[in-house]
Structure formats: structure tokens, C-alpha cells
Write a protein that binds this ligand. Structure first.
Ligand code: GAL
Length: 996
């Protein structure tokens, strides 16, 4: 029996808010042994600024497209990487966060509505009687013709559309797709990302045999009695079927629930999958299944009976060259990097992902919130007037989207919640979507952050809620809703932060404190960091390098700048410093050493498995052991001072005290050592994970005398006469023969992205960067108050202030000599008349050295950067980095790269003469300073808009911070937590300088 699908007469009108007719009912993604022809590859392509300006008659098979360029399918056709093959204009990506890039005039798209015309000729050796033409995703609105006949239109950019085309196929075929950038459907797709049209996912032609298997719906559950399975199969006819779990050799009857005695459960920690094989006489399909049951029990979110904690990230689909058409290797890299960062959950913000992502999540083990392709945030800017969420005219489209997501993805064990969408306000259509989803799958709870009354959802979700509010929710002490029934219902729900800690630029601060809340309150089931990746776009630069670009760089009249650059990894997946910090915060084991008791405390955050997968190892380094011929080696270990030790597995969410073995016990009690204990994956099934360190604890017994590595050449002895000052300003101009430039006190930093945001919990609603500019912290000047010398000291007093303000500080610089080093005691006092409350960015000594430093060695925390509320991954040791290696480059330059708690550092300069090839400046600080060393000044950093525009100025700029402000997450969310703020205050500190 063949299915007759009425073929639509012509393209679905672009201003029609209802679903486009002509597509087949949605089904799950199944592997089949029927013939599948991938139509990906090079297609003919031509862009036009509007459909009216495009060439007519492109749908005709004999249309001459020989003058057209080509484009890879899948692709986002506006991406610069396609310049060469398209050979003409092809539009440009456009970035907006909330705003629509066209008038809010629903359901109408603007006249200026570019189109990308795609044509493909393909041959079939054997023409099937029935076939499905399947588009996994067409961003924008597609019109499709096959061999001159209109097949249908697509709506729902990140959802599949399938057409019945068997009767149109011939040996030689021409497939034509016109992609309009905008349509009524664009009002439903206002996610914070690039508007970037194209055929973004694969196109396939699938033969459908007479006794085809159209769909399989699996409910694979895990209960007190073990596994059970129900498989419902949809076929076009009454074909005889066999259903089998391949690995278990078990056959099951379709349509009834059966026990599966030998099966193991699936969880993100132990992702046991089985292959389900369904066969008719004409077709065999397979899908992978995992047995697991989700239940909300007494306000806790459980899987297989155990509560789970989500340590998650929000993942968009973007590639710096290919836009939304993310290559498979990049997807694999994403998930490996997530595993390495101890991430166990993914929210597919804000649309169903490429289907491969879910296959990989099933296989590698992630908890997934699958989110529908639905956001209408821009209506918020117009008071939510006309919001599709509340307009019956859009109900069918929203039901359609809900149905297509659930049907496509229903068999994935990794998916634990469906999300209705994101930031679409509230309204009657949410209930319709919820109804649609529940009607198709009753096994998964629903999520949607936009409705704080939680009328249609099962889990209460918020984004960027400050810590104190999350704590109150953890205690079930949130402010009540007006409606007592709704309030009671919400109060019984688990709570998730679907977005928190905005990973934009330097930061985010506050991760540790959120994790402490999640760990401390069973109601808080965790959260999803915003966001996994930055959406930078690569474009070649005239000098042959590649630049990374953001909103506004493509001529968009309305845009949101670099707000799209806010990820844990760069668009090319280079991890940002915050990824390592996140890994430390998300560690599955929390470890600490009690040297006195001689034990390692281990607490496990695993929910389903014990800790037997981890190996515990230890190593020791010291000032004498940590040096190799090339300088310092952070992994320096002396023979015999490393080992592994056994531990009895800690049960899920359990704690244990593991006795330290004898040599280790001795080391943690010996002065002068850094003892590091690490837990690593011993034998992971995930490729690339074996041996990966997941958690770390340290004991540091290094005193002030033990920081300087034995192998570092001795530094020269300095006396007070080596302190060369500018007598008119009191600024240092040389230490001995080492010239010093631009010596000054610094209270400012090159504003980080978080400094431009308004912390959601701050009383002063002006961003830090603005407050600093008003006070002139970015343009401080100094006046010498006094300079006095005696035999054993030089004392300089300066007053530092800014033009046009009367607010300043007094700095007292007291120089003495201690053990051959120039010793500085610095005392900074804000004017008592300071009637202005201000948080400083830092209290630092800033200066430059002529020439470019070869590198820096240090003892302190590293190897990565740390600010007071970041740097959870930075651990103690001796480290070495080149000047380049010290930089944490961000797409928009900003303060970054400080190394924390530096007690000793050696900045190696290029030889100033042949007699001093190893010229170096040594800096020591008994209490530790934050050390920033870079080839450009703070002012240059602040004034530069893009990383590729940063030019080294042949000097080495050093800032030594006695105090710093945290980073916070004010770009979107709470500002710097009070304990990490740096209000104007009296600050003292000590530094020592030596030169060699
Ligand atoms: C949220 C939104 C995200 C993103 C984020 C800020 O409001 O859901 O899509 O815009 O803020 O980067």
C-alpha cells in the first residue's frame, strides 16, 4: 500500500503562520537497511537580495545554472568561507540577541528578504517506487521542487521535514531549494545567535520498501524489578514483524510491555546501550536503546530511583567557518571536551540539535534537555504585544514544532526532559505545546523557563538567579505565587538553573558558590552554564592571518556586538581558561587532605556508580626537584616521589577517609614541598578520557625560603643606589642597569565583559566600567608629594587622582634593601574625603620593561589564570610560560591572564648586551601577588576591539596586584559577590625586586 500525500500547489506563503503543508507526519530517526542516498555535497548556488530580484524559472529541470557558483550542502550560505566557490554576493550573517532584525509586524517578513537558490542534479541507477526526501534542517524558509514539480515548503529551521517523492523520481533528477531568510516562522526563531540561513543539515533520499517500517517508539524503563520494554511499531501495512534486542538475543512482541531480565540500566555515568532491531520482510531498522526511568519523587529529580545532579552546559550549534553546519568531528570534539570538563548534562539551547549529537550523548553518557525550536524574545521589547505564544493563529505551528521534536528524538535515553522553548513569554499556546508533548511521550518531565508560575511544566527553572535567591529556593523559602494552588505545585517541584554563570570574556565568577548550593540542597538539581561555545566567525585578514568577528562586523544596522562571544570554548573549540575552572568546580570527587590525621577525604558527586573507575595517584615537587635543563617544569617529580594508592570504592554520593600510604604521609608533613593528589579516569570507555585527571587536592608546605628554584642562576645583589628614581615624580626608572618605564599605581583594569554589565543584584545600576570612567580610574595621574632619602631607606609619597575629579589616593612607597633585594613596602590610602563609594578593579604596581620578555617562571598558582572568584583549576607549583603562553586571548581584548598567589617570579628579558644574555627581573612577594605580564599596555588592551588588532609594542608590561576585584558574571547575571569585591580601602603590601 502506498501512502498518498497530497502535493501542495505552490510555495507556502511566507506570511502564513501555520505549518507548511505537504510534509509527512514526523517519525523517529532510525537506521535502515533500505537504500539511502545522501545528497550532501556541492550544489549550484545563487544568492539574491529578495525573491523578486532572484532568477525566475529555477525550478525547471532545464534551467541553465552554469553561470552559478557552488556551495557545500549542508552549509550556512552567508558564511565568508563560501566566498570563493559562490563567486558573487551571498549575504552576510547578522547577529542580534533579543531584537528582531526586522520590524515586529507579525506574521509578515520584510520585503528585504534575501534568498539562496540551490540546485542539485543527481542520477539514480534504480528508481525506487517510493522514496522520502528528508531535510534534517533548513534554516529560514525553504521551497522545494523535484524535477520541476513543487514538493513542499519547510518551516522550523532545526527540525526535519520529510516529503514523499517516489512518484517524481527519474534516472536523472534535479532538486531545487530556494531558502528565504525570513518568513512568519522567523518570529518563532528569535534565539540569541546569528541569523544565518541555509540548508544547514543533511539532505537524504530514502527508499521506502512496500513493507516499510515507518516508525518505532520505544519505552525502555528501569524499575524495582529491573528492565522492561515496550516497542510500538508503525508500518504502512500489516507486515509481520520481529523485534529483537540484539546483544541479549531476546525477541519481544511489539505493542506490549515485557520484562527484560538480563538488561543493565542506562545512566549518564554508565551509558549501557542495546541495539533494538525491528524487521519486516522488506526492511530492517535499528535504533539504540537504554533502560532508564525518570521520576520526580518528593521534589527530587530521580533517574532509576536515584536523585541526579546536573552539572551542565548550554550548547548551541555553531562553527567559525561553517556556521550552523557543524562538522561531525567538531561535534565529537565538543562532547569529548565536555567529558574532560566533568560536564554531565547538556541543554540543547535553543533548538533540537543535529541528530548525531543525541546519538553521541546516548553513547558517551550525558543527561540532555532537548529544547524545542521556539523563541519570541523580541516581543518583550514591544511589551509582548502580538506574541505568538499567546495568539491562537500560531497554535498549529507550535504544536507542529513540539510534535516534530518529540517524534524525532523520543527514543534517546539521554533525553531526560523536553523543553518547550526559550524566552517566548507566556500564553495559551504553551499549554497546547505541553499537551502535544505529553500526548506523544508521557515518560519525560517538561521544562520551560519562561513561565515562572510553572503552569505547564514539571520542573521549576530560572536563569541567572543570584545566589541568595537560589539558596532560598533550596530551602523551599521562595516568595509565594499569588495563586496558592500554583504556589503549592511549584513549591513541590525540583529547581534547575537552565542558564547561570555567563562565561563571557574573563570570568565567570561565582561558579563555586553555585555548586555549593547545588550540593547542599536536594531540591536544587543543578544547572547549565551559559554557554558552551563562542559564536565568533572567521574571516581571512589581508596579512594572511584569520580574524574572529562578531556582531556589527558584517554591516548589520541592528546588532548586539560581542554578546555572542560568551563561551567556555572558542568558536574553534580552543578551551578558554574558564573551562578548566569549570572542570574543577564540576569535579565528580571533592578531595582534601588532612595532614594531621593522615587521611584523604573524598566525597563523591556520582549519583549512580561508585568511584572504582578512578585511580588515585600522588606526586611531589619542590624547589630543587622542579627544575629541568630548560627551566621549570610544572610536572617536575623526583624519582621515587610519586605513586598510586588504592582506595575502597566510595558509593554514589558517599564520603570516605582514605589513609595516606607511608611515603605520602611523610611528604605532607615535610617542609618545602608541593604534594599533589589526583584522581584520574583509569580505564574509560570514552575515547580520549583514559588517564584524564578529574579531581585534585594539594598540600603545600613551601615557606618563603623555599620558593626560589635551586637551578635558577643567582640574581645580582642590589643596594639602595641601584634604585633609580625620577626625582621629579618618585617613579622608578631603573633597577640597577635594568631600565623601567611607566612606573605607576594602577586601580583600573581593561574592562572585562562583566564590567560592562549591570550585576542583577547590585544596588548601583551603572556598570563598573562606567563608574570607573566617571571617577577617572582609567586616566590616573600622579603628583609627587615628597621624596626623602636616608642611608637605609627611600621614601616616596605620591597622590594619585584623575582630571576633573577630586577623588584620589595617597601612596607611600618605602624602599629598603633586604638580603640583596630592593624591598618595597607600599601603602595605599584613599582620600578620606572620598564621598563616592567605588569598587576598584585592582591595587597594582604597573610598569614596563624595554624589550619583549622571553618568558616567565614562577612559584604560585597556575598554570592558568586566576582572579579572586575564578581560577578554581589553578593549583600550586613551579611553572614556566613564554610571553605568548601567558596570554589568555579573548575575541574582544580585555583584562585577562593574571597568575594568582605568585610568591616568586623571574621575567626573562632578551639580553640587553652580550655580557648579560640572561637578563632577568626577579620579583618576590611573601604574601603573594597576582602577576600579569603582557606585550601590550592595559590602555591598549582596553582600546582594541578585536584580538587580531592587538599589536605588541616591543615592551614587556607587568602589573603586580596587591588586591583585585573578582570577575563576577555581570555581563548577564549577578555581579561580583560581596566577598570578592574591592571597595576603595586602605591596602598594604610588600614586593622585592632583584635583577640578573
Ligand atoms: C539568556 C538567553 C540566552 C542568551 C543569554 C545571554 O537570556 O536565554 O539565549 O541570550 O541570556 O547570553
Amino acid at each position: 500500500m502506498s501512502v498518498v500525500v497530497p502535493r501542495p500547489a505552490g510555495p507556502h506563503p511566507l506570511d502564513d503562520p501555520t505549518p507548511a503543508p505537504g510534509a509527512l507526519a514526523p517519525v523517529s530517526t532510525l537506521d535502515t537497511d533500505a537504500r539511502v542516498l545522501r545528497l550532501d555535497g556541492q550544489w549550484r548556488f545563487r544568492w539574491a537580495p529578495s525573491a523578486g530580484a532572484a532568477e525566475a524559472g529555477i525550478e525547471h529541470p532545464d534551467f541553465d545554472d552554469s553561470a552559478w557558483g557552488t556551495i557545500a550542502v549542508p552549509s550556512s550560505y552567508t558564511m565568508p568561507v563560501h566566498d570563493a566557490t559562490v563567486g558573487g554576493p551571498h549575504g552576510a550573517p547578522a547577529y542580534t540577541n533579543v531584537k528582531y532584525p526586522f520590524p515586529v509586524d507579525p506574521p509578515f517578513p520584510p520585503d528585504a528578504n534575501p534568498v539562496g537558490d540551490h540546485r542539485l542534479r543527481f542520477a539514480l541507477e534504480e528508481v525506487p517506487a517510493r522514496a522520502h526526501l528528508r531535510f534534517e534542517g533548513v534554516e529560514g524558509a525553504g521551497d522545494v521542487w523535484l524535477n520541476g514539480i513543487f514538493v513542499g515548503s519547510t518551516r522550523g529551521s532545526r527540525l526535519p521535514t520529510v516529503f514523499e517523492v517516489g512518484d517524481l523520481l527519474a534516472e536523472s533528477n534535479v532538486l531545487v531549494v530556494r531558502v528565504h531568510t525570513f518568513s512568519a516562522a522567523s518570529y518563532l526563531e528569535d534565539q540569541d545567535e546569528w541569523w544565518n540561513p541555509g540548508i544547514i543539515r543533511s539532505v537524504t533520499l530514502r527508499e521506502r520498501p512496500a513493507l516499510a517500517i515507518d516508525d518505532v517508539h520505544v519505552v525502555a524503563a528501569w524499575g524495582q524489578n529491573g528492565a522492561s520494554l515496550r516497542v510500538d511499531v508503525r508500518t504502512a501495512s500489516d507486515a509481520p514483524l520481529t523485534v529483537e534486542i540484539v546483544e541479549l538475543g531476546v525477541s519481544v512482541a511489539p505493542g506490549v510491555e515485557v520484562a527484560v531480565p538480563d538488561a543493565q540500566p542506562w545512566s549518564a555515568e554508565s551509558p549501557q546501550l542495546y541495539t533494538l532491531r525491528v524487521a519486516s520482510p522488506h526492511e530492517v531498522v535499528t535504533t539504540r536503546i537504554g533502560f532508564r526511568t525518570i521520576a520526580i519523587v518528593e521534589g527530587e529529580f530521580t533517574v532509576n530511583g536515584a536523585p541526579i545532579q546536573l552539572r551542565g552546559v548550554n550548547r548551541h550549534e555553531h562553527h567559525p567557518d561553517f556556521g550552523r553546519a557543524v562538522p561531525r568531528e567538531t561535534l565529537e570534539l565538543d562532547l569529548l571536551l565536555m567529558k574532560r570538563a566533568n560536564v554531565n548534562a547538556i541543554r540543547t539551547s535553543h533548538y533540537p540539535p543535529h541528530p548525531d549529537m543525541l546519538d553521541l550523548a546516548d553513547e558517551l553518557g550525558f543527561w540532555v534537555i532537548d529544547e524545542c525550536d521556539f523563541e519570541t524574545h523580541g516581543f518583550g521589547d514591544v511589551g509582548w504585544r502580538g506574541n505568538p505564544t499567546d495568539d491562537p493563529a500560531w497554535e498549529a505551528a507550535l504544536r507542529d514544532r513540539a510534535a516534530r521534536m518529540v517524534e524525532r528524538d523520543k527514543n534517546h535515553p539521554s533525553i531526560i526532559m523536553w523543553s518547550l522553548g526559550n524566552e517566548a513569554g507566556t500564553g495559551r499556546n504553551l499549554a497546547a505545546m505541553a499537551d502535544e508533548m505529553r500526548g506523544r511521550d508521557a515518560t519525560r518531565p517538561l521544562h520551560y523557563e519562561g513561565d515562572q508560575e510553572c503552569r505547564d511544566v514539571d520542573v521549576w527553572s530560572r536563569m541567572y538567579a543570584p545566589h541568595d535567591q537560589v539558596a532560598a529556593i533550596g530551602w523551599h523559602e521562595e516568595p509565594p505565587l499569588d495563586d496558592p494552588a500554583l504556589d503549592a505545585r511549584r513549591r513541590a517541584m525540583p529547581f534547575v538553573l537552565c542558564e547561570y554563570v555567563h562565561a563571557m570574556g574573563t570570568g565567570p565568577g561565582g561558579m563555586t558558590e553555585y555548586q555549593q548550593l547545588f550540593d547542599g540542597h536536594p531540591r536544587l538539581i543543578g544547572g547549565f552554564v551559559w554557554e558552551w561555545l563562542e559564536h565568533g566567525i572567521h574571516r581571512p585578514l589581508p596579512d594572511g592571518r584569520t580574524g574572529t568577528f562578531y556582531g556589527g562586523d558584517f554591516g548589520e544596522p541592528v546588532h548586539d556586538g560581542n554578546f555572542v562571544i560568551d563561551g567556555l570554548v572558542a568558536a574553534d573549540r580552543t578551551p578558554r581558561a574558564q573551562l578548566a575552572d569549570l572542570a574543577a568546580v564540576f569535579a565528580p570527587l571533592v578531595m582534601s587532605v588532612d595532614a594531621e590525621a593522615g587521611v584523604l577525604h573524598v566525597h563523591s558527586r556520582l549519583d549512580h556508580t561508585d568511584t572504582s573507575r578512578y585511580q588515585l595517584s600522588w606526586r611531589v615537587s619542590s624547589a630543587s626537584s622542579s627544575v629541568n635543563a630548560d627551566g621549570l617544569d610544572e610536572d617536575g617529580v623526583t624519582q621515587g616521589r610519586a605513586g598510586v594508592f588504592a582506595h575502597r570504592p566510595v558509593p554514589p554520593r558517599g564520603s570516605a577517609e582514605i589513609p595516606l600510604p607511608p611515603p605520602l604521609l611523610e611528604h605532607v608533613r615535610t617542609p618545602g614541598l608541593v604534594v599533589t593528589i589526583e584522581a584520574s579516569e583509569s580505564d574509560s570507555a570514552v575515547p580520549g578520557m583514559s588517564g584524564w585527571v578529574v579531581a585534585r587536592a594539594q598540600v603545600v608546605t613551601v615557606g618563603a625560603e623555599q620558593v626560589r628554584p635551586a637551578a635558577v642562576p643567582a640574581a645580582g645583589i642590589l643596594s639602595l643606589s641601584d634604585l633609580v628614581l625620577d626625582e621629579s615624580t618618585g617613579a622608578v626608572t631603573a633597577f640597577g642597569e635594568q631600565a623601567v618605564e611607566d612606573w605607576r599605581l594602577e586601580l583600573w583594569r581593561a574592562p572585562i565583559d562583566n564590567d560592562f554589565g549591570i550585576g542583577w543584584d547590585q544596588p548601583d545600576t551603572r556598570p563598573n566600567a562606567e563608574r570607573w570612567a566617571t571617577l577617572g580610574l582609567d586616566r590616573l595621574v600622579s603628583r609627587l608629594v615628597s621624596l626623602s632619602r636616608s642611608d637605609d631607606r627611600v621614601e616616596v609619597v605620591t597622590r594619585i587622582g584623575a582630571a576633573a575629579t577630586d577623588v584620589g589616593v595617597t601612596a607611600r612607597w618605602t624602599w629598603t634593601v633586604r638580603e640583596g633585594a630592593l624591598h618595597l613596602a607600599l601603602d595605599v590610602t584613599p582620600d578620606s574625603a572620598v564621598g563616592v563609594a567605588v569598587d576598584w578593579a585592582r591595587v597594582g604596581v604597573s610598569f614596563a620593561l624595554p624589550g619583549s620578555a622571553a618568558g616567565v617562571q614562577w612559584f604560585g598558582r597556575g598554570p592558568g589564570p586566576a582572579y579572586p572568584d575564578t581560577g578554581q583549576a589553578a593549583h600550586w607549583g613551579w611553572f614556566s610560560r613564554t610571553l605568548d603562553g601567558l596570554q589568555e586571548r579573548t575575541v574582544r581584548p580585555q583584562e585577562s591572564g593574571a597568575r594568582a598567589d605568585v610568591r616568586w617570579a623571574r621575567v626573562a628579558l632578551p639580553g640587553s648586551s652580550s655580557s648579560t644574555p640572561d637578563a632577568a627581573l626577579e620579583i618576590a612577594s611573601p604574601d603573594g601577588v597576582a602577576l600579569t605580564v603582557r606585550p601590550w599596555s592595559t590602555a591598549t588592551l582596553a582600546a582594541t576591539t578585536h584580538d587580531h588588532l592587538l599589536e605588541p609594542d616591543s615592551r614587556t608590561h607587568i602589573v603586580l596586584d596587591l588586591a583585585q576585584s573578582g570577575a563576577g558574571t555581570g555581563a548577564c547575571g549577578p555581579g561580583v559577590l560581596p566577598k570578592y569585591q574591592l571597595p576603595a580601602q586602605h591596602v598594604v603590601g610588600e614586593l622585592e625586586f632583584r635583577v640578573s
